[in-house]
Design a binder for this molecule. Structure first.
Ligand code: RB5
Length: 157
């Protein structure tokens, strides 16, 4: 599988070992940065990976920040992306079976490298279950109604 990976400074330590692990499993890995552990902004890197997934240049995205939260939230803003922060193998299985997630947000500060490897294994090998989940995922992804996707005109920030 072709997989894009990125982190911020808080996830940087796990990025190279996880990328190497994925390569050792036969995957083609595209490293979207950063190149050093210098402080940086996770949205810059989450967005890069999300766009590669949305365009079909890669099949899946792997993102690592301190918690896995902000970088997954960023990626999920890109149309076509279903990004989730995941801390357990069981949720990795369910985000694939029920939600057909295509980007995973991992925690570099609260989850060990070994646990993240196991989470990634499950994320990459579990198929979408389809069936009753198909229409739900389609509803989630609809872009014609700003109530479901997109920002309503009166959304205050
Ligand atoms: C960086 O300190 C931290 O906020 C970031 O890595 C991430 O956890 C945000 O969601």
């Amino acid at each position: 599988m072709r997989i894009a990976i990125a982190s911020d400074h808080a996830g940087f330590l796990q990025k190279a070992p996880l990328a190497e692990y994925l390569s050792s499993q036969g995957h083609e890995v595209v490293d979207c940065g950063p190149a050093t552990d210098a402080r940086c902004d996770y949205p810059d890197f989450g967005d890069k990976v999300a766009r590669l997934v949305a365009s079909g240049e890669v099949e899946r995205g792997v993102l690592i920040c301190g918690t896995g939260l902000g970088i997954a939230m960023t990626a999920d803003k890109v149309p076509g992306v279903r990004a989730v922060p995941i801390q357990t193998v069981e949720f990795a299985r369910l985000c694939r079976e029920h939600n057909n997630a295509n980007v995973i947000g991992l925690s570099g500060r609260f989850v060990s490298l070994m646990d993240n490897q196991a989470i990634l294994d499950t994320f990459l090998t579990t198929e979408f279950a389809g069936g009753r989940h198909t229409d739900r995922v389609a509803k989630m992804m609809r872009e014609d109604d700003p109530g479901f996707a997109g920002v309503p005109a009166d959304f205050g920030m």
